[in-house]
Design a binder for this molecule. Structure first.
Ligand SMILES: Cc1cc2nc3c(=O)[nH]c(=O)nc-3n(C[C@H](O)[C@H](O)[C@H](O)COP(=O)(O)O)c2cc1C
Length: 466
């Protein structure tokens, strides 16, 4: 069955909104069914909670009428709490189980690293290295340290290239050279001082490398060499959308990429990062190898599932080899490419991959989707990627993060409370509100003492009047 969809999307490379209309793939019906089932359950639970609340209010009114002391409703309790000068509870927060502290603000420990909460900032490329030397700048310092001060438990620095030709755009940051370590160090140090864990996403852009940015133009196109562009590499000479035809990598070039990830991970550790995330999602090099639609190789890196995951497993082994045992390793995957093609990358293969990566020392799967096939419809809606996180988390028995249109405190709390993910990532909402976790703490009734305020900012805490 094929349906037509018109969808507003945000282009990951440019951040620009775009609308696409394409046939909805029939091969994802089971995944969609999962998402619909989750949405149906959430709606039912919400309705039941509302009815309970209504009944409580009715009973309280009746009791008050009789002149008896009415039992506190959740709203009454929230009003009292806010009067105490602490946090406020909004109507939605009243839906959370009474008397329990929010799971969103429970610490999480992976290996020896403890995250103060489960609200994390996902990697988001800012395309802001105007000198094109891969070194983060004072803009990056401000960008990351302000979100750490805003209460995020983990800050994952944006797509960071393991080689110059692995940059998504000429304006990307990198860790391909020792001279870049110091440019990261002061950012990492102050992210940690603000109480957040500092992570970095290592990436090779593959056939989507050398594309444009807001400052250069050439959005979703290959940047010409006289503007700082280069010839991109890929498993097979198949272009992405309007991008140039990439060069098919030789075995030596594949082995070199493994070495580049290893060296970049070593530099990340020297810079002070406590989490390394390998980017194997969104149609960049490692995910191009995973998907038979972009990998037509006939050697040991193409064809069977084992062959297609080989490069990622080799990269994981290389990175794990230089990461101290106490530091966790994450992998970001696209759990589906949302394609109609039979045999293309899907949830089933993602779960099998997650099982394999766990055996190779991966501690958490950061579950996203899409980005592999140009122009495909992504049914973006609140929680649309949560069922994928849920499936990977439970079927591969590995911690996960959920990401994608999670914007509201109660919505986020419900995802972690129902164990659909170990943590949530707040992306675009964090771009407009660096202090998202502080607002969420107030909405969920966390006291200002327990919320992740910087000591200097406690007097500005929600609900404080003096
Ligand atoms: C401007 C921008 C840049 C992004 N860059 C990256 C990136 O470098 N690496 C990555 O894995 N995802 C990247 N993403 C995807 C986000 O990490 C996140 O998965 C996506 O925005 C969905 O989450 P949200 O709805 O909370 O924004 C980017 C998204 C945006 C909006």
């Amino acid at each position: 069955m094929s349906k037509h969809h018109e969808q507003d999307l945000v282009d990951e490379v440019s951040g620009a909104p775009k609308t696409v209309t394409v046939d909805e793939p029939s091969g994802v019906e089971s995944v969609e069914a999962l998402a619909q089932e989750a949405a149906r359950k959430a709606k039912k639970a919400k309705k039941a909670e509302r009815e309970k609340l209504k009944a409580e209010r009715k009973a309280a009114k009746k009791a008050a009428k009789k002149g008896k002391k009415a039992k506190d409703t959740k709203d009454d309790k929230a009003a009292k709490e806010s009067k105490k000068g602490f946090a406020t509870r909004d109507e939605d927060a009243a839906e959370l189980p009474d008397g329990e502290s929010p799971k969103l603000f429970e610490p999480l420990t992976l290996r020896s690293v403890t995250f103060r909460n489960r609200i994390w900032m996902p990697p988001m490329d800012t395309y802001s290295v105007f000198a094109q030397d891969g070194k983060p700048t004072p803009f990056h310092y401000q960008h990351y340290v302000s979100r750490a001060m805003g209460g995020f438990g983990l800050i994952i620095a944006e797509s960071t290239a393991v080689a110059p030709e692995g940059r998504i755009s000429p304006n990307d940051v990198g860790l391909w050279d020792d001279s870049q370590i110091d440019a990261w160090r002061w950012i990492v140090a102050d992210v940690k001082k603000a109480g957040a864990v500092a992570g970095v996403q290592l990436n090779h852009g593959g056939r989507k490398a050398s594309t444009g940015s807001f400052s250069l133009g050439y959005i979703n196109e290959t940047v010409p060499s006289d503007k700082g562009g280069w010839q991109p590499l890929a498993p097979s000479p198949i272009p992405f959308g309007k991008c140039t035809i990439p060069v098919e990598m030789t075995t030596d070039q594949i082995h070199a990429v493994v070495d580049q990830f290893r060296a970049a991970a070593q530099r990340a550790v020297w810079a002070g990062f406590q989490v390394v995330e390998i980017h194997a999602a969104h149609g960049y090099l490692l995910s191009e190898f995973l998907d038979p639609l972009s990998n037509h190789r006939t050697d040991e890196y193409g064809g069977s599932f084992e062959n297609r995951i080989r490069l990622l497993v080799e990269v994981v082994d290389a990175v794990r080899g230089v990461l101290p045992d106490e530091l966790p390793l994450f992998v970001r995957v696209s759990a589906t490419d949302w394609s109609v093609e039979k045999g293309s990358w899907d949830l089933k293969q993602t779960i099998a991959l997650s099982h394999a990566l766990k055996e190779h020392g991966v501690d958490l799967m950061d579950v996203s989707t899409g980005g592999i096939i140009a122009g495909v419809t992504i049914p973006a809606a609140p929680n649309y990627q949560v069922p994928f996180s849920d499936a990977v988390h439970h079927q591969a028995s590995i911690p996960t993060t959920a990401v994608g249109l999670i914007t509201d405190a109660v919505q986020a709390e419900k995802i972690v409370r129902s164990d659909q993910a170990s943590a949530v990532e707040i992306g675009r909402a964090a771009l407009r509100d660096p202090y998202w976790p502080l607002r969420a703490a107030a909405e969920l009734g966390v006291s200002k003492q327990d919320a992740p305020y910087q000591p200097q900012y406690v007097r500005g805490a929600y609900g404080t009047t003096r």
